[in-house]
Design a protein around this ligand. Structure first.
Ligand code: SF4
Length: 416
């Protein structure tokens, strides 16, 4: 049997789908697409169940990898789900009949030669629970095991070995900084940005060979700095900046309506025309935010590793800091990570007072991350916005990830 070196988070093997017990199954909340060969195979099978449950994508969007999609009902999601939340396709033909997206979710793999990295998306309810239950930082283990059946993205070509080595090195750098627990997670995110910005410049200048020594120098400089806050801007964005940010790129999709509505009601938001033509300004009673932020800080004290572990998993899943995509550099991807981080905190802060349990808060994360991580549009929009407004600098990102904290915000108010 072929074996391979697997690098995986220590919660990977503990994952088990909750099945019908999942309150927001992965059969709802996003587009579930299949390849052309899967479409043809499924169409034949679905004749006996419900032929209308699968359709071709519009011609302009159709490719061999993304060819068809399941028809989703607004409330219940995939129309193949039974009343009990069970999949009729699986019930009739067994798990082997499921298309890749259903069979392997929430797992994802990246492979180069005889090594494969595995991750789990926090857009799955059970994965988020595991991230919250973990009493410590995520650890990544390397084990030689049989090749898993997971269809993984491949790093191939002449430079595959060097590309893989760089990817692993950058990922280790990213995890090391995000897990530096003697400073706040906001500061860790900001310091990661200072490093990524430089590394990105090396990439752009064709000086990739300098990245390794730069990382060593940067980490050494950080360890010699007594107070890392001196490396970061003194100011943080006001929470109302976050709100505009959140609404601008979340409001365009009806998938987020449920959370938008909650945030709106909870913070008692007022929207008016902004100072620039065509812009909007948001405000809400200060005390509403302050009270909820205190509760959010308590939530973080109760679950000190939840946000850290979620961000680490997202960076590994999306390769934000380690592999430029066809469309975006690692700096641009890092900016999006800051956007996701700050907006996730804002949404949780807004909804925390009426959340009956931590599970309610995880549900909000599921809704948001399904749209933010598994769809290209919010990322494209947010990155474009940062560039268009000149907010695409490390200082702006540091202010963004530290926005909304009570201490900084109160100082800001006093100075005004
Ligand atoms: S979201 Fe996760 S736990 Fe829920 S049904 Fe899908 S795979 Fe299972």
């Amino acid at each position: 049997m072929k074996t391979i070196d697997l690098i995986k988070p220590d919660i990977y093997d503990a994952f088990q789908c909750k099945g019908a017990a999942c309150r927001r199954t992965c059969c709802t909340g996003w587009r579930i697409t299949v390849s052309k060969s899967e479409y043809q195979d499924l169409k034949a099978k679905l004749k006996h169940i419900d032929a209308r449950s699968l359709q071709r994508l519009p011609e302009t969007e159709r490719t061999s990898k993304m060819y068809g999609e399941f028809v989703l009902e607004d409330e219940t999601g995939c129309s193949l789900q039974s009343k009990e939340g069970l999949c009729q396709l699986q019930l009739s033909y067994g798990a082997e009949a499921l298309p890749d997206v259903c069979a392997f979710f929430p797992r994802k793999g990246l492979r180069a030669g005889d090594e494969m990295e595995l991750s789990l998306t926090p857009a799955c309810e059970r994965v988020l629970e595991l991230l919250m239950e973990k009493e410590g930082s995520l650890e990544f283990v390397r084990q030689n095991e049989p090749l898993p059946p997971l269809p993984a993205a491949q790093i191939s070509g002449r430079t595959a070995k060097a590309d893989w080595k760089r990817h692993i090195q950058l990922e280790e750098f990213c995890i090391l900084l995000l897990q530096a627990e003697d400073i706040s997670l906001d500061q860790r995110m900001a310091l990661l940005g200072l490093g990524i910005h430089e590394i990105d410049a090396y990439y752009k200048n064709g000086e990739g060979h300098k990245i390794s020594s730069y990382i060593d120098q940067y980490l050494a400089a950080l360890s010699e700095t007594e107070d890392v806050s001196t490396l970061l801007p003194l100011k943080a964005f006001h929470p109302s900046f976050l709100l505009g940010n959140f609404f601008s790129f979340t409001a365009f999709s009806s998938r987020f309506a449920e959370v938008l509505d909650k945030v709106n009601k909870e913070l008692q938001i007022t929207v008016r025309a902004g100072s620039e033509p065509g812009t909007l300004a948001f405000s809400y009673p200060t005390e509403e935010y302050v009270r909820r932020r205190k509760q959010f800080d308590e939530f973080e004290t109760r679950h000190p590793f939840f946000l850290e572990n979620t961000m680490v998993m997202l960076f590994v899943l999306e390769h934000w800091a380690s592999r430029p995509s066809d469309l975006h550099s690692i700096w641009e991807q890092y900016m999006y990570a800051c956007w996701v981080y700050s907006n996730l905190k804002l949404a949780l802060t807004a909804c925390i007072e009426t959340a009956a349990s931590d599970e309610d808060l995880l549900d909000i994360c599921v809704i948001l991350l399904r749209g933010w991580i598994h769809s290209a549009e919010p990322k494209k929009q947010a990155i474009k916005h940062f560039h268009d407004t000149g907010c695409d600098t490390p200082a702006h990102m540091a202010m963004l990830v530290q926005a909304g904290g009570l201490h900084r915000w109160k100082n800001h108010l006093k100075k005004r």
